[in-house]
Design a protein around this ligand. Structure first.
Ligand code: COA
Length: 140
């Protein structure tokens, strides 16, 4: 959690949609449940990349992958994801999903390079049990 502030800046620079799920307290909770799959990439001690892998024991999920804009297109995103793939393999997770916002759909090329495939047989639906507790930024 001592990396939280810097990681939050990376998420912001990545233009990711952030909200009440991304507070220090909530991230600490999910980090405790997923100690092996919250990864950062460092160069000379500075954090330049991050991804949160989570799993429910059945499927894996990834959230908030981001590379510092100064270090993009140098292969670091791919390296971080390869590392995460290996960890999921060791954990025995058979399939990993990512939710991609439609405004960011070009990113499919990045995942396709990594061997991920599109699903046109699935739709995502969401329900918010506590509307008062849930907020997100206004990007979409
Ligand atoms: C997505 C992201 C993490 C990629 O990191 P990166 O270190 O720049 O990626 P890499 O250098 O490892 O990219 C490797 C390949 O993916 C492609 N790629 C990278 N970013 C891409 C993008 N935004 N759109 C399309 N393709 C992309 C590259 O062209 C490269 O392909 P090539 O080897 O054929 O040239 C980075 O662009 C980022 O932080 N984006 C903002 C946050 C975001 O959208 N996260 C994903 C949420 S689902």
């Amino acid at each position: 959690m001592d990396m939280y502030d810097r990681v939050y800046v990376l998420w912001t620079m990545g233009n990711l949609t952030l909200g009440s799920s991304d507070t220090r307290e909530r991230i600490q909770k999910v980090a405790k449940r997923n100690p092996d799959t919250f990864l950062v990439g460092k160069i000379n001690g500075s954090i330049v990349a991050c991804v949160m892998g989570m799993n429910d024991g059945f499927r894996g999920y990834i959230y908030h992958l981001a590379v510092d804009p100064k270090y993009r297109l140098k292969g670091y995103g791919i390296r971080l994801m390869h590392e995460l793939h290996q960890i999921y393999k060791q954990l025995g997770i058979l399939k990993i999903h990512v939710l991609i916002e439609k405004r960011n759909k070009n990113i499919q090329d990045f995942y396709a390079d990594l061997g991920w495939h599109n699903r046109d047989d699935l739709l995502i639906m969401s329900f918010i049990p506590d509307e008062e507790a849930y907020t997100r930024n206004a990007l979409i």
